[in-house]
Design a protein around this ligand. Structure first.
Ligand SMILES: [Zn+2]
Length: 138
């Protein structure tokens, strides 16, 4: 099972479960996915990653902007570390286990080479790559 975060043109988002990513594509093609709030068909899959906390600290200075992004990435990293299981270098194997025996819907994270990542995607396994920043702020 795959849980997708869906976002509608009305601005609402909600979660929905699909047996696989191809099921999602099929339902989407047949216009069977609509918004639970307004019934609109203009619903799309948002990225699996959580919303980054948006600090309302709007400065036009570019370096402040970059620093802010880094801060968000650090928060994002912390979020992943807290909510997902670190499987380290076993990531490709663990991702397959989860995909094929479907016993668990637990999120995992770990390391994979670009080749391994594209292999997983070819097998229909949902993989997101995220920039992994150092926690120390420069
Ligand atoms: Zn809607």
């Amino acid at each position: 099972m795959i849980k997708y975060n869906l976002i509608c043109e009305c601005g609402k988002d909600f979660e929905s479960w699909f047996s696989s990513s191809s099921e999602y594509d099929l339902l989407k093609k047949r216009k069977l996915i609509n918004c639970i709030y307004c019934n609109s068909l203009a619903v799309k899959k948002s990225i699996m990653s959580p919303n980054l906390p948006s600090k309302s600290n709007k400065s036009s200075k570019e370096n402040k902007f970059k620093k802010n992004i880094k801060k968000q990435l650090i928060n994002f990293r912390k979020y992943i570390e807290k909510n997902f299981i670190n499987v380290g270098n076993n990531f490709p194997q663990e991702a397959r286990n989860i995909h094929y025996d479907k016993k668990t819907s637990k999120g995992i994270y770990g390391k994979a080479t670009p080749e391994e990542t594209s292999e997983l995607i070819e097998e229909g396994i949902e993989v997101d790559t995220v920039p992994w920043v150092n926690k120390s702020e420069n």
